[in-house]
Design a protein around this ligand. Structure first.
Ligand code: 4GO
Length: 231
């Protein structure tokens, strides 16, 4: 999977060299190409923004600079995503769909945003990571890269995305590891039994219970089996 990121702050993305995403980059499973929009400024002071027409606070990123940065990427089949609080709010389903694309271009605005004319010209989809405003699209772009990359074959070990929260419309069951007793609390007996069928049943029940408690809204979205309904 190829990610091209158009940003004024490429250094922010260094965090993606760590942990699972860092490993995925090393293995060549994903490639993250950072394009510094400032490199495309035509101005001797490397200016990339200007005051808004009509007045008001803050600065607006200039359309020609953003357009030239975009044009430096040579792939007209890539999907261009603008990270924006006005976008479609991202869901696990959307992330899974995006992971099937070969090439994503992520456009990150800063300050008061980007001149509307270049957005109209190049953006295929606006995506939001939630109903709140940030100082830039960089953190949302990193959220998207992280969550999409988890679906790329080889990034996680075997079936990790199959069982987790949301993947079947339910929240995840609780996990335990050593020691067997911590602060007088024992690991649930069934998990030590080695009886795989009982463990499966217990985990399913826990998922249903937790979802009912914490996110009852999610249960309306899914079809429960007769077995599920007993809980
Ligand atoms: C994205 C971008 C929030 C989101 C942003 C979000 N704030 N909720 N800020 O995904 C243009 C200038 C948008 C700053 C950017």
């Amino acid at each position: 999977m190829q990610f091209d990121v158009l940003t004024l702050f490429p250094e922010m993305f260094e965090i993606l060299n760590k942990s699972i995403i860092g490993k995925a980059k090393e293995k060549g499973l994903i490639n993250i190409n950072l394009i510094n929009i400032r490199d495309f400024s035509k101005n001797k002071h490397k200016k990339v923004d200007d005051t808004p027409y009509g007045g008001g606070a803050g600065m607006v990123m200039m359309p020609d600079v953003v357009y030239d940065a975009y044009k430096s990427i040579k792939d007209n089949k890539a999907k261009v995503i603008y990270m924006s609080p006005q976008g479609n709010k991202i869901t696990q389903k959307k992330i899974e769909e995006l992971s099937k694309e070969k090439h994503l271009i992520l456009l990150c605005g800063h300050y008061e945003g980007i001149d509307q004319r270049v957005l109209d010209e190049i953006v295929d989809e606006e995506i939001s990571i939630g109903d709140y405003v940030l100082t830039g699209g960089e953190l949302p772009a990193m959220v998207l890269i992280d969550s999409v990359s988890r679906y790329i074959e080889g990034v996680l070990k075997e079936d990790s995305t199959k069982e987790e929260s949301f993947s079947q419309g339910l929240l995840e069951y609780p996990q335990y590891t050593r020691p067997e007793i911590f602060q007088n609390k024992k690991v649930p007996e069934v998990l030590l039994s080695g009886h795989h069928q009982n463990i499966e049943k217990w985990r399913r029940k826990q998922s249903l219970k937790i979802t009912l408690n914490k996110r009852p809204d999610l249960l309306k979205e899914i079809n429960l089996s007769d077995e599920d309904k007993k809980y």
